[in-house]
Design a protein around this ligand. Structure first.
Ligand code: FPP
Length: 248
C-alpha cells in the first residue's frame, strides 16, 4: 500500500496544468467491449482492463488534488446486457474494493455511491457499503461511483422525496432539486469526459451537466492513461466558460 503525494505547483506547471483545474470531473468509461473485441477476447476481459485503468485515474485525480471524480460504472440500462457480463461486472466491483480499499482509505479518498444499490447481490452491496462507511469521514478526493445509476431515475427519486416532504410548490427551487439529487453534497460538475468516441450523455448526470464542459476522446477506456486524462484537463483549461454571461 502506498501513500501518494499531491503534485506540487512546480510539478503541475511542468505538466502544463498550472491554472484553474476542474473541481469535479465525471467520466463515461466507454469502450471496454471494443477493446476486448479488437483482441478477439470476451467483453469481461475488457472490463477487467478497464478496472486497471480506473485504478490509475483515481490515483491521478488524487495527486492532482481534484475535489470529486464521478465514474459511470453501471447504468440502469446495463441490466439488459447478457447475464454473464453483468455477473462479471459485479465480480469486478467486489474485487476492486477488496483490492483497493486500504490504499484509497490511507490516501484520504472518500467513496460515495450514486444510484440504487438495492437490486445488487448481497456481496456487491456489502463491499460497497463497507467502503462507503469506512471512508465516510475522509477529507480527500470524493470518488463517486455511479452504479445502477440513471439520471432520469435520479431526478424522479428527487421529485418523490420533495413531494413526500409536502413542501409548498412555490418553495421548490433549483437549489432544492440539486440538493435532493445523489450529488447534492458534491461540487458543481465542471467537466465530463467520454472515452471511445461516442458523443452523447447516455443518461449520465443530465441535471448536473447544465454548465459542464465536454471532452470526447477516441481513446478506449482501457487505454485511457493518466497522460490522456491530463490532456483532457488541459483541453478543459483552454475553454472560456461563460455560464450564459458576456465575457470580454
Ligand atoms: C462501457 O463500455 C463500460 C461499462 C458499462 C462498465 C465500466 C466498468 C469498468 C470500467 C470496470 C469496473 C468498474 C469498477 C468501478 C470496478 P462498453 O462495454 O459499453 O464498451 P463498448 O461500447 O466498446 O462495447
Amino acid at each position: 500500500m502506498r501513500i501518494y503525494d499531491r503534485y506540487s505547483d512546480d510539478k503541475l506547471e511542468e505538466l502544463g496544468l498550472s491554472g484553474k483545474l476542474p473541481k469535479h470531473v465525471g467520466i463515461i468509461m466507454d469502450g471496454n467491449g471494443r477493446w476486448a473485441k479488437s483482441r478477439l477476447m470476451p467483453r469481461p476481459v475488457g472490463h477487467r482492463a478497464g478496472m486497471e485503468a480506473l485504478h490509475e485515474i483515481v490515483r491521478e485525480a488524487h495527486c492532482l488534488g481534484l475535489e470529486a471524480l464521478t465514474v459511470y460504472a453501471f447504468s440502469t440500462e446495463n441490466w439488459q446486457r447478457p447475464v454473464q457480463e453483468v455477473n462479471a461486472l459485479f465480480g469486478l466491483l467486489t474485487e476492486y474494493f477488496a483490492k483497493e480499499i486500504d490504499e484509497l482509505d490511507a490516501n484520504g479518498v472518500r467513496i460515495i455511491a450514486l444510484g440504487d444499490l438495492g437490486p445488487f447481490p448481497e456481496k456487491v452491496k456489502a463491499c460497497m457499503t463497507d467502503a462507503i462507511e469506512r471512508t465516510a469521514s475522509n477529507k480527500g478526493l470524493r470518488f463517486c461511483i455511479a452504479i445502477n445509476y440513471g439520471s432520469r431515475a435520479e431526478i424522479t427519486r428527487a421529485v418523490r422525496l420533495i413531494a413526500r416532504s409536502r413542501i409548498e410548490p412555490e418553495m421548490i427551487n433549483e437549489d432544492l432539486i440539486s440538493r435532493s439529487l445523489y450529488t447534492g453534497e458534491l461540487p458543481e460538475l465542471d467537466l465530463i469526459i467520454r472515452t471511445a468516441g461516442e458523443q452523447r450523455l447516455s443518461n449520465f448526470l443530465l441535471w448536473q451537466a447544465a454548465y459542464s464542459e465536454f471532452v470526447f476522446t477516441p481513446v478506449l477506456w482501457p487505454d485511457f492513461t493518466p497522460e490522456e486524462f491530463r490532456k483532457c484537463l488541459i483541453e478543459f483549461m483552454k475553454r472560456t466558460r461563460r455560464f450564459g454571461k458576456v465575457v470580454e
